[in-house]
Design a protein around this ligand. Structure first.
Ligand code: C5P
Length: 211
C-alpha cells in the first residue's frame, strides 16, 4: 500500500505520515528533507539563482543525495526551509529527485511519503491520498512554537509572513505545484490537536481501503 500525504508547511502532515507508517509497519520518507538538503547546500554556497552553472551543480548534488545520510535535525531551521522552497521551484532539481522518491514509493509492500506532489506526481497510483491542510494562522502558531523550542528568535508575525510566502511559492510554481490531487481526501487540522489529527487520518485510510 502506498500512502501519499501532501499539504502546506506545518499542516501536521509529517506527524500524521510518521504515525501512519509506524501503525502499518511501512517505511516513511519525508520528501521535504530532500529539498531541504539541496536548499542547505545552496545556502552554504551562497548560490546565485541567476547562475546556470551553479544551478546545474545543485541539480547534480540533488541527483547524488543519499537518503540514509539525511539528518532531519540539521535541516529543520527556518532559513533552510526558505532555501528549500526556492530550490524546489527549479525543474532541474525536481527532475533529479524524482527517481529516488518513486523508487522509495514503489518498494515491495509499499510506503508512506509526505510532501507537496506525492499524490499528483511521485505516486499518482497511491491507494490512499490525504491532503492535510490548516489555516495559515494555525500553521504559523505551530511553526513558531517549534522554532522557539529550537532557540530560533523569530516573532509570530515573521513566521506567518514566511508561511504565506512559502505557500505562494509552492502553489504558484510551474513545476509540480502544491495542489490537491483530485482523488485525495482533505483533512483540515486547524482545530485538531496531534492525536485528533492522527485519529482522523486513520479513519480516512480505513474508509479508503474499504471502498
Ligand atoms: O515539508 P518541508 O517544509 O520540509 O519542505 C520544504 C520545502 O520543500 C517546501 O516548502 C517545498 O517548497 C519543498 N517540497 C516540495 N516538494 C515536496 C516536498 C517539499 O516542493 N515533495
Amino acid at each position: 500500500m502506498i500512502i501519499a500525504i501532501d499539504g502546506p508547511a506545518a499542516s501536521g502532515k509529517g506527524t500524521i505520515a510518521r504515525r501512519l507508517a509506524a501503525h502499518f509497519g511501512l517505511p516513511h520518507l519525508d520528501t521535504g528533507l530532500l529539498y531541504r538538503a539541496v536548499g542547505a547546500k545552496a545556502l552554504a554556497d551562497h548560490v546565485n539563482f541567476e547562475d546556470e552553472a551553479a544551478l546545474a551543480a545543485l541539480a547534480a548534488l540533488a541527483g547524488a543525495l543519499n537518503l540514509a545520510a539525511l539528518d532531519p535535525e540539521a535541516l529543520k531551521s527556518g532559513a533552510v526551509g526558505e532555501a528549500a522552497s526556492r530550490v524546489a521551484a527549479l525543474p532541474q532539481v525536481r527532475a533529479k529527485l524524482l527517481t529516488v522518491q518513486q523508487d522509495f514509493a514503489r518498494q515491495p509492500g509499499g510506503a508512506v511519503l509526505d510532501g507537496r506532489d506525492i499524490g499528483t506526481v511521485i505516486a499518482p497510483e497511491a491507494e490512499v491520498k490525504i491532503f492535510v491542510t490548516a489555516s495559515p494562522q494555525a500553521r504559523a502558531a505551530r511553526r513558531h512554537a517549534e522554532l522557539a523550542a529550537r532557540g530560533e528568535g523569530v516573532t509570530p508575525e515573521e513566521v506567518l509572513a514566511d508561511i504565506l510566502k512559502r505557500d505562494e511559492r509552492d502553489s504558484g510554481r510551474a513545476s509540480a505545484p502544491l495542489i490537491r490531487a483530485g482523488d485525495a481526501e482533505i483533512l483540515d487540522t486547524t482545530t485538531l490537536n496531534i492525536d485528533e489529527s492522527w485519529q482522523a487520518a486513520l479513519a480516512l485510510v480505513a474508509r479508503r481501503r474499504a471502498s
